[in-house]
Design a protein around this ligand. Structure first.
Ligand SMILES: [Zn+2]
Length: 282
């Protein structure tokens, strides 16, 4: 199993996962179809499937166009709002592509229909991988736009947190430096946060992705996976893990926030709305 990391838009990642025997390829979050197809062609593989983590524009905007360019394409996701969806998934559903096995993990919080994709290859010594979209980031997690702190707690600590520690984490955005700056605010004495932040800044300077990390690593510096730690509880002034999660999100939202790229259709609607109100005033 080979994973190609493709940087697109402001700071998004889309991924191409290749089954090396059959040369079949699976895309995760096909946001920019033409860029994806360039890589597909360069690798000499056949794209059969798109796995979409969630319906947000910067993760799913390419599905319709890709479907037109690749007839017969299968588009999987857990949310009806995902464009060109051909297969609606449920929690723990398993898929197979040649030797690649996929377990779909429903991880509500950022959106209600957010799905993470855990992948491994049978009889292969390589570590498994999880494509975590905007649920789990390196050093942080997605904002609670639709779900509750309790849902996010379960998504991170139960659905994702119980995967093998060596699992490679491929997330949906390059927000690592910003996330670790927040992590340092939460735990100013955490040496692992400091080391990872210095490493991530150096990668950022050289414009090299910080993905993947491993789940085991995340437990050492990601405050959203450390809600049971005394230092994180002290920062939030809470003990109950769901309460800790709630305060962390509130503080994280107030910390210099990375803005989700706006859907141009929404911007257009907003402008029309403004225009409408101006016209009405006249
Ligand atoms: Zn999102």
């Amino acid at each position: 199993m080979k994973v190609k990391v493709i940087s697109v838009l402001e700071d998004n990642y889309m991924y191409l996962v290749i089954e090396e025997n059959t040369r079949e390829a699976i895309a995760v979050d096909a946001a920019v179809p033409k860029r994806l197809l360039e890589i597909v062609q360069k690798e000499g593989v056949k794209l059969t499937t798109v796995l979409t983590t969630h319906h947000h524009w910067d993760h799913s905007r390419g599905n319709e166009e890709l479907m037109q360019l690749c007839p017969g394409l299968q588009v999987y996701g857990a949310d009806e709002r995902i464009g060109a969806l051909t297969h609606k998934l449920t929690h723990n559903q398993e898929l197979k592509f040649g030797a690649i096995c996929v377990r779909c993990l429903l991880t509500p919080g950022h959106t209600l229909g957010h799905m993470c994709y855990f992948m491994w290859e049978d009889n292969c010594p390589d570590a498994p991988a999880v494509f975590s979209g905007d649920a789990l980031f390196i050093g942080g997690c997605g904002r609670l736009l639709e779900g509750t702190p309790e849902q996010m707690y379960r998504s991170l600590n139960e659905a994702l947190g119980t995967l093998p520690k060596e699992t490679k984490v491929f997330c949906g955005h390059e927000h690592t430096v910003r996330n670790l700056k927040f992590a340092l605010k939460v735990e100013p004495d955490n040496e692992t946060v400091k080391t990872k932040l210095a490493w991530a800044k150096a990668r950022d300077d050289d414009d090299i992705p910080t993905v993947p990390s491993t789940l085991g690593e995340e437990f050492h510096y990601n405050p959203f996976l450390r809600v049971a730690e005394e230092s994180v509880q002290k920062f939030t002034g809470k003990k109950d893990p769901v309460e800790v999660m709630k305060v962390l999100h509130k503080e994280n939202d107030n910390f210099k926030k990375p803005v989700e790229p706006l859907d141009p259709r929404a911007v257009l609607a907003l402008e029309w709305g403004l225009l409408g109100s101006l016209v009405q005033k006249k």
